[in-house]
Design a binder for this molecule. Structure first.
Ligand code: APR
Length: 309
């Protein structure tokens, strides 16, 4: 069987670390691309030179043009600008929209049969942009947010209860960021809902920390944002797709009526396999959960409207 091929667009912190985890897991040949000359070439060569040590038979190359990305099975888009002091949320939205428009055009031209995983923020709006601009079917455009948010929630729960992180299954719906909707009654520790193990105030504290998870890291790093957990989240999704695992993971997906939402990217549980999103899993929500999800969707809709999508 021929080796799979993954392109990572954007060789910054998230992109390069995604390549690192992909190589470590020996999942695919990797092409790293960026607009900055030398960065993708240097990082990919350095990573390739690590493969004899880690025992991974994958090739890693870096490039500033898209020729070498041709016929990728999967393309991860992390290209974008970070918010700078004085830049409004709308400025960032429009600048990153331009980056997504430029990169998606190239990706579609060179890898017309690929599956896209979007990482650039604001996530849900950028996923919507990539979906509209690519013309790809909805199963082939996926946003990474829920796996990261769930991992943060799971890490905090495991720390609080002093149990293995492997015992925690966290369940998060909605858009990435302030309006994400964690569902404690579906969040379990070895099958036990956390509502049996923690009181409401404790759960709320962990939920709030999860919502602020990105900001907590930025506060420490000052000049950058999180990248280890975001890139690990991408690679869990990539592995499910490349190995046709049929794994259910929370992803931003283009909804067409599911959860009462139509024509919008929102985080929901998705079955990931060789065709990308093979199914959207619907669970019955309570009134308050439904209202929280609608509020989250409204926040995404506002961003999407601001870029005319
Ligand atoms: N094409 C290719 N690469 C680009 C383009 C473009 N048009 N525009 C910018 N880039 C590259 C930059 O040169 C930089 O190397 O994208 C990279 C972004 O890397 P970082 O600044 O290190 O940002 P990172 O922390 O990786 O975050 C990337 O992911 O989690 C989100 O909010 C985060 O939107 C941000 C994205």
């Amino acid at each position: 069987m021929a080796r799979k091929k993954v392109t990572v667009v954007g060789a910054g912190n998230v992109g390069a670390t995604t390549a690192h985890w992909l190589a470590a897991a020996e999942l695919a040949d990797i092409v790293l691309t960026d607009i900055v000359e030398g960065i993708p070439q240097g990082k990919s060569l350095d990573l390739y030179e690590a493969t004899p040590i880690i025992g991974s038979n994958v090739h890693v190359t870096g490039t500033n043009d898209y020729e070498a990305t041709a016929n990728s099975d999967l393309v991860v888009i992390t290209a974008g600008l970070a918010r700078k002091p004085g830049m409004s949320r709308d400025d960032l939205l429009k600048k990153n929209y331009d980056v997504i428009a430029a990169t998606v055009k190239q990706v579609v031209a060179h890898s017309p049969n690929s599956i896209l995983i979007l990482v650039t923020n604001p996530l849900d709006a950028m996923a919507q942009a990539a979906f509209k601009l690519s013309g790809f079917s909805r199963n082939r455009v996926i946003g990474m947010a829920g796996v990261l948010d769930s991992a943060r929630f799971a890490a905090f729960i495991a720390e609080e209860l002093k149990v293995s992180v492997e015992n925690v299954q966290a369940f998060v719906l909605g858009g990435h960021g302030d309006t994400m909707v964690p569902l404690p009654r579906f969040t379990t520790v070895a099958g036990i809902p956390i509502t049996e193990l923690l009181d409401a105030a404790e759960i709320e504290r962990l939920v709030q920390r999860t919502r602020d998870g990105g900001a907590e890291i930025v506060k420490y790093l000052k000049t950058g944002s999180a990248y280890y957990a975001p890139s690990a989240a991408v690679v869990e999704m990539a592995e499910a797709i490349l190995k046709d695992k049929k794994k259910i993971l929370p992803c931003a997906a283009y909804l067409q009526g599911e959860y009462g939402i139509d024509g919008l990217f929102v985080g929901v549980p998705c079955k990931l396999g060789a065709r990308g999103i093979e199914d959207v899993i619907e669970v019955r929500l309570s009134e308050s959960e439904r209202a929280a999800l609608q509020k989250s969707a409204a926040a995404v809709r506002e961003l999407v409207a601001a870029i005319g999508l």
